[in-house]
Design a protein around this ligand. Structure first.
Ligand SMILES: [Zn+2]
Length: 287
């Protein structure tokens, strides 16, 4: 298991510029990238040569507020059956049950011995707590332990990753005794991934809000191909961060609720007419 040291946001920006400059010197690979929706913020990304599963391996029938993978799809993911065979990389943004299930992730790793998992330390801890045969998959786990707003650059199974820890979307609740409001998710380690696959660049923010971390993006001229953003992150400020700094070719809005879905889709379409929305499990689009 690799434990990464902490990096400052300045290190991140320097490394990011270096990385962007290196990429801009190359001719853009026009090879297609296929995105398959699993559920919530879970997607399978397939390039000519690589497969990445992001936030896809979760299941809890008690979750009633967002899409969850069916039992059949979960079984295929755990057993690494087509289209979930030969996955190079599992990415998990954070430990919440609508993004990650420890046993399902462990089963996938156990079946596909060349696959690697990249995830925050809290996810590793959960696998350690829940999976009895940790020793058999330990070497496949890349443990990203970062302070808030810190970053690391790494290459895993030939896929270059820039990983940045940003705050989880706040959810304020009132303390019964003191009456004070506090952020329920303030200690959640949420990782944002910039993934370089097939010479294309994907941004997946997990449950982070762009508008909460503007400083991180204001010198971040990334020219992202595909940005996966929470459906709730459509304030003017977030849209401006996207158009000014990240310049995505396509924006995929994810984490759609079950209730009032059509209303939410309509409001996204009003603000971002080109925004892409997946609605059905195993729906595929090519970019
Ligand atoms: Zn969450």
């Amino acid at each position: 298991m690799i434990r990464n040291t902490n990096y400052s946001i300045f290190t991140f920006l320097i490394l990011f510029f270096t990385f962007s400059a290196a990429c801009s010197g190359e001719s853009k690979d026009q090879s297609e990238m296929k995105v398959t929706y699993i559920a919530n913020t879970g997607f399978l990304v397939t390039s000519d040569t690589q497969k990445i599963l992001i936030d896809a391996l979760f299941y809890n029938p008690q979750i009633n507020y967002c899409d969850i993978p069916s039992e059949e799809i979960l079984f295929k993911m755990e057993k690494t059956q087509f289209p979930f065979d030969n996955v190079d990389l599992l990415l998990v943004t954070h430990r919440h049950v609508d993004h990650f299930n420890a046993i399902s992730v462990a089963k996938h790793l156990k079946t596909n011995e060349t696959c690697k998992l990249v995830c925050p330390h809290q996810v590793v801890q959960k696998i350690m707590d829940e999976y009895a045969c940790l020793d058999s998959i330990n070497h496949q786990i890349i443990d990203i332990a970062l302070e808030l707003y810190s970053t690391v650059v790494t290459t895993v199974n030939g896929i270059q990753l820039h990983v940045l820890r940003l705050p989880h979307i706040p959810f304020y609740i009132k303390d019964e005794t003191s009456g004070e409001e506090y952020g329920r998710h303030k200690d959640i380690e949420n990782l944002v991934y910039v993934i370089n696959v097939g010479n294309r660049k994907i941004l997946h923010v997990g449950d982070a809000l762009l508008c909460m971390s503007e400083k991180c993006f204001e010198t971040f001229h990334a020219n992202v191909d595909l940005a996966f953003i929470g459906h709730y992150d459509i304030t003017d400020k977030s849209i401006q961060i996207l158009s000014t700094f990240l310049k995505p070719e396509h924006i995929i809005y994810m984490h759609l609720p079950v209730d009032d879905r059509q209303q939410i889709i309509n409001s996204i379409k009003m603000k971002v007419p080109d925004g892409v929305i997946f609605e059905k499990t195993l729906e595929e689009r090519t970019f």
